[in-house]
Design a protein around this ligand. Structure first.
Ligand SMILES: [Fe+2]
Length: 177
């Protein structure tokens, strides 16, 4: 899978995890939030390592990439705010809604605008697939099996369902290819 498909897959997982924070029982909410936070952290940092760092070297993409770094930063701050307050706090639902809006806006921006610019600059299919492998390996490494719901996801792409593929992505990541 290309880096774009891998990232899109994670976006769906993130939105699903967000929904579980909203839907779960009162007492499980913080636990679900930590799961979401862990997933977002693994996803954003890996995206920055593999895609942003590469794309920012292309002059016509630089401003756009910087804006996307800022959006990640904003999501990180919103997550931190939410983690710090009690779910009993009247601010909790408002902050949760802020996070939802920021996530949806960022995901749309990335999939519509950033991917388009990336496709223009990184058009080699093999490069895009190798970046996809690197990205997936980094996300898995960072998650360290701490977000079980994505490992049992029914639509999980093949690249992370089979042991052989996981092994392959680990090798790619360790050799830096
Ligand atoms: Fe992102």
């Amino acid at each position: 899978m290309t880096i774009f498909s891998e990232i899109k897959y994670d976006h769906r997982v993130i939105l699903e995890l967000f929904q579980s924070v909203e839907m779960t029982s009162h007492r499980s909410r913080k636990r679900e939030l930590r799961k979401l936070g862990k997933m977002i952290e693994a996803h954003s940092r890996s995206e920055e390592d593999v895609l942003y760092r590469n794309l920012i070297q292309h002059r016509d993409a630089r401003t756009l990439v910087l804006e996307n770094y800022e959006e990640h930063h904003r999501v990180d701050l919103l997550l931190k705010d939410l983690e710090e307050i009690s779910i009993e706090d009247d601010l909790w639902p408002l902050r949760l809604e802020d996070l939802r809006l920021a996530l949806v806006a960022h995901i749309q921006e990335e999939e519509r605008t950033l991917f388009k610019r990336a496709k223009k600059n990184l058009h080699n299919e093999r490069t895009l697939t190798e970046m996809g492998h690197q990205f997936r390996a980094l996300v898995n490494e960072r998650l360290d099996h701490e977000v079980p719901s994505i490992h049992s996801h029914s639509e999980r792409p093949d690249s992370i369902t089979t042991g052989a593929d996981a092994e392959e992505t680990r090798n790619l990541a360790s050799t830096g290819k």
